[in-house]
Design a protein around this ligand. Structure first.
Ligand SMILES: [Zn+2]
Length: 280
């Protein structure tokens, strides 16, 4: 990672400070091709509450973690609970240090990422900061991904399941079948709960959740069709398929695209739609 200008000298993106009535983004200074503008750390609190929930502390960056505490303090709040949308280090690595700074426990699906906190199970209602957060299991990007619905604002914190720009990847331990199921669940929720905002782990707030989720579902269907076409054209390895299907994508992202292609080949194999020689 390239080093950024010292804190305060960095022009902060418009994402920093954005949000809804009860959710504020504190943008972490870790921009990259994979993290877009950086990791969005979210502070959730009912206005006037003396406590706040921090969702995804982000990287273990002392200046960022102290700023998270400061932003909460400016609203008269202390971070009383830390929640992780998933265990990837750009979301979780700062959790232990933020727990030290605040005394707040860390709740996460993966026991390895908890610090004095409980797990997270689909259907759990986390009540803190005067707000209710409903846990929705959304495996796919990673096996431990969850989204958090903030019903009071008609919003869902999506972690890396849905990003503010572009589309997400299926990581090594993720699964496309799980991911498509998760997108379907979120799409149904967008209608049922009349959602008005998705608050992603990277990139800007999304103000039309139904349209965004339709785009994601369409994109996945198109990629699958492209991969089936590549197989029909004689490609057999993920590297060959990436070179054809992701020709318009920056080559630096090709290694990550290979994870997605492997996930898609696994999915096609599960569906019985894969030629026997492909997928290695
Ligand atoms: Zn991730």
């Amino acid at each position: 990672m390239t080093s950024q200008a010292a804190d305060g000298g960095q022009a902060r993106s418009a994402i920093d400070g954005s949000g809804t009535a009860r959710a504020r983004c504190v943008l972490a200074p870790n921009p990259s091709m994979m993290t877009l503008d950086g990791t969005n750390t979210w502070l959730i609190a009912e206005p006037g509450s003396a406590s706040a929930v921090c969702v995804d502390p982000g990287p273990d960056h002392e200046g960022h973690l102290r700023r998270v505490c400061d932003v909460a303090a400016q609203s008269g709040q202390r971070v009383r609970l830390i929640v992780l949308t998933h265990g990837h280090s750009d979301h979780s690595a700062g959790a232990g240090r933020l727990a030290e700074l605040t005394g707040a426990p860390v709740r996460a699906v993966d026991p390895a990422h908890r610090h004095g906190g409980e797990g997270l199970v689909s259907g759990d209602v986390v009540t803190a900061g005067g707000c209710e957060l409903r846990v929705i299991a959304t495996p796919g990007h990673s096996s431990d991904s969850v989204c958090l619905e903030l019903p009071a604002d008609g919003a869902v914190l999506t972690g890396d399941t849905v990003l503010g720009r572009g589309t997400t990847i299926i990581a090594g331990d993720g699964s496309l079948r799980d991911y498509l199921g998760s997108l379907d669940r979120l799409r149904a929720l967008a209608n049922a709960a009349d959602l008005t905002a998705l608050l992603p782990g990277h990139g800007p707030l999304l103000a039309d959740p139904a349209a965004t989720l339709d785009f994601y579902l369409t994109h996945r269907a198109e990629r699958l069709a492209e991969i089936q076409a590549a197989l029909a054209a004689g490609d057999t390895t993920p590297a060959q398929i990436v070179a054809r299907v992701y020709a318009d994508v920056d080559r630096a992202l090709w290694p990550f695209a290979q994870w997605s292609v492997r996930a898609q080949l696994e999915y096609l194999a599960e569906q019985g739609a894969l030629p026997p020689e492909a997928g290695h």
